[in-house]
Design a protein around this ligand. Structure first.
Ligand code: HDE
Length: 717
């Protein structure tokens, strides 16, 4: 059935209502066994005498321990580490001319969603700040059934064919003999594989860029990666690439900062998402589409079916059609975030697949993996996975079946059940696959149109600002520097030289190696003698030389803002309390937050006799957990400037290109900790206020912060 044509604004709550029947709240309730027996003593097991052996009869002990013994399920083979939230999707610009999907038909129509972000390589307990791709999955509970968007924060992928996925994942995961390193690509097996797979070069440029170190899940883009199809009421198909654009812009941390955050707060992204939602700073993205008519399928210098390619926005602009707002944290991590099961094959009428060979393989994998992860073909009955539109079919039984199907009929055709459940005509909302004509020989091969492996890697590199290019060089020096086998490093230099000779030379300089004169032909490793080697990797120059949308720094759509940013306010007894209150208020007006950091927890005494609550001590926080630092006047300099923690705090903030502000006596503290020459040289990110005008100081501080980082501090390579 098509979605109601009148916008139903209550529909956004439909999933919450659906989940209610499974929620359990123990407030003011008795403790019971799973069989409902009230428990009288939860502290002692049943024994033969107070000092004697436990009795097998103790069904309460056995039930409790047995359940505990089985609490864990296998973690996801990839994307194990993740965090999620509920929210809604709202249509802003309906596109019925392209798709008949009910949830995209009416402006204002809201559909409930659950969105999960993840890293790829690390285990469930690994750090959020690994250099890695981020998963970006959205489950839409539409009135026509479940639609899953299962994308990444990078618009291309490492490989072109699904059959290489297990190899890729084996290569990047911890090495099998010693299970080292955790959540890191900087090791031999990963770069061995990559250096032999030139098709991964474009993806490697993105992975080595700051895209793989997001400042927040709320500040990253999402991409469907593959080309999909939209199908309209007339059964016409258009190709589509799907984009999510974050309202807060796309921002990253720097690598040294990422590594330190991993120690100080490995839950940094999880906490950030949770706290933002609790504070009412609801994360928001716009949904955009690039639409390509069927007739234009072969118009580009790359193949639309090749998942290692983007469509530059200069060739096909992104049209915004809706927005997603995440406004509710889960009640229970396991029940919701862990048990949610996404699948790119969960589509609704109006959305369909292409023959992208990576996508085709994924269509098999995602149901299959749930069978071992969630343990049963009934995983769709788990509350978070349950469709809010009714489900009826003749599938029956299996582990943990919840539904109680009534009647004697579980087959079709039937007459005993009146032929129910009925098949739906297309006009009644029945899903019919797009009737694409396919006429071909059965081959185990790859289209020649997939053999450009360097053209768009160059486009990406050329589109970066100098700062971003330098970060890519440093990332490659780090990653390859962690590789023990010199031959792998050299082979990678050969690949990089096909992207950009300057890039390769700078990486080579860092590794003290020479770029090989003739790059090895990587494809020839491990191929069978009769394999077709005619498709050597090549470089097709991109018709677009540089694309601003690919740079985070040059991207014109990112507006300066400090919304939801955090500022560390360094305090001690005697602090100018009015200055602290004024900056906090100024930050709050821009939806940012000031946190008081002091040598000790509790309170600090202000210069007017008031008290300021301390949020963190230097021991429980670190400047890597904040976006900027402010030092007010009136501090007890003896207490602060001799404390190495304060110096580390400021040094890290400076090194990570963050804004540091100081007023009155705070300027002395800054000078005393080695920043005197930087103040004199008028570093644009060091904001000083000497005249006691708190509001002008706050305005200057906020303006400097709104540009995210002071990149001019970094030495150009
Ligand atoms: Fe996945 N991927 N993938 N993947 N993927 C999984 O499914 C797989 C690929 C992505 O938050 C698994 O339920 C194959 C591309 C995300 O729960 C598994 C191939 C993209 C998530 C699987 C790919 C993704 C997964 C593991 C190559 C971006 C996390 C657990 C053919 C477009 C979803 C699970 C969540 C998860 C297989 C490639 C995104 C094993 C075989 C390309 C965001 O089924």
């Amino acid at each position: 059935m098509k979605q109601d044509s009148t916008p139903d604004f209550n529909h956004q709550d439909a999933k919450q209502k659906d989940l209610l029947i499974n929620k359990s709240d123990a407030t003011n309730k008795f403790l019971t066994t799973n069989q409902g027996i009230k428990i009288n003593d939860d502290n002692n097991s049943l024994k033969a005498g107070e000092r004697g052996p436990s009795l097998l009869e103790d069904f309460i002990l056995r039930e409790k321990i047995t359940h505990f013994d089985h609490e864990r399920i296998p973690e996801r083979i990839v994307h194990a580490r993740g965090s999620g939230a509920h929210g809604y999707f709202e249509v802003t610009n309906p596109i019925p001319q392209f798709t008949k999907a009910g949830f995209l038909q009416e402006a204002g129509l809201r559909t409930p969603v659950f969105t999960r972000f993840s890293t790829v390589a690390g285990s469930r307990g690994s750090t959020d700040l690994a250099r890695d791709v981020r998963g970006f999955s959205v489950k839409f509970y539409t009135q026509e059934g479940i639609y899953d968007f299962v994308g990444n924060n990078i618009p291309v992928f490492f490989i072109q064919d699904a059959t290489k996925f297990p190899d890729l994942v084996h290569a990047v995961k911890p090495e099998p003999h010693n299970e080292i390193p955790q959540a890191a690509s900087a090791h031999d097996t990963f770069w061995d594989f990559i250096s032999l797979m030139p098709e991964s070069t474009h993806m490697i440029m993105w992975l080595m860029s700051d895209r793989s170190l997001p400042r927040s899940y709320r500040m990253m883009e999402g991409f469907g990666v593959h080309t999909f199809r939209f199908i309209n009421e007339q059964n016409e198909s258009h190709f589509v690439k799907i984009h999510w654009k974050p309202k807060l812009g796309t921002h990253a941390v720097v690598w040294d900062e990422a590594q330190k955050i991993s120690g100080k707060d490995p839950d940094f992204h999880r906490r950030d998402l949770w706290e933002a939602i609790e504070m009412g700073n609801f994360p928001e993205w716009e949904l955009g589409v690039q639409i390509i008519p069927e007739a234009d399928e072969h118009k580009f210098e790359f193949d639309l079916l090749d998942p290692t390619k983007i469509i530059p926005e200069e060739l096909v602009p992104v049209t915004i059609i809706g927005k997603m707002v995440l406004n509710r944290n889960p009640d229970n991590f396991f029940a919701e975030t862990e048990q949610i099961a996404f699948h790119p094959g969960h589509v609704v009428p109006g959305i369909d697949f292409t023959n992208d060979p990576l996508l085709q393989g994924r269509l098999f994998s995602y149901t299959d993996t749930q069978l071992s992860r969630l343990g049963s073909p009934n995983f769709h009955e788990i509350p978070i996975n349950r469709s809010i539109s009714p489900t009826h079919n003749n599938q029956r039984d299996g582990h943990m079946r919840q539904e109680i199907n009534v009647g004697r009929v579980s087959y079709s055709p039937n007459s005993l059940g009146g032929g129910c459940p009925y098949q739906a005509k297309i006009a009644e909302g029945g899903f019919a696959s797009f009737n694409e004509r396919v006429e071909a020989h059965k081959v185990r091969g790859r289209s020649e149109s997939f053999s450009d492996h360097f053209g768009q890697a160059k486009l990406f590199y050329n589109s970066q600002s100098q700062t971003e290019k330098d970060h890519i060089v440093r990332a490659l020096r780090f990653e390859l520097g962690k590789v023990d086998t010199t031959a792998i490093r050299v082979r990678m230099l050969g690949i990089l030289s096909q992207v950009d000779t300057d890039l390769a030379a700078k990486v080579a300089k860092g590794l003290r190696l020479t770029i090989p004169a003739t790059p090895e032909q990587p494809m020839n490793h491990g191929v069978s003698p009769d394999a077709d080697l005619s498709q050597e990797p090549k470089s097709v120059p991109s018709s677009v030389e540089s694309s601003q949308a690919l740079s985070m720094i040059n991207n014109p759509t990112v507006q300066p803002s400090i919304e939801s940013r955090k500022v560390a306010i360094i305090c001690a007894d005697g602090v100018d309390e009015q200055a602290v209150l004024d900056i906090k208020e100024a930050l709050l007006k821009q939806s940012a937050k000031g946190c008081v950091i002091a040598p000790y927890l509790g309170v600090v005494k202000g210069d007017q006799g008031g008290e300021l609550a301390v949020d963190f001590s230097f021991l429980t926080s670190s400047s890597v957990l904040f976006d900027a630092v402010y030092i007010p006047g009136g501090l007890d300099l003896n207490e602060l400037s001799e404390d190495g923690d304060v110096t580390d705090f400021l040094n890290d903030a400076y090194k990570h290109c963050k804004v540091i502000g100081a007023q009155a006596g705070g300027i002395e503290l800054l000078s005393g900790t080695g920043f005197a020459s930087k103040i004199d040289n008028e570093d644009e990110g060091i904001i000083v206020g000497r005249d006691g005008d708190n509001s002008t100081f706050a305005a200057n501080f906020i303006t400097a912060m709104a540009n995210h980082r002071i990149w001019s501090r970094e030495k150009t390579l």
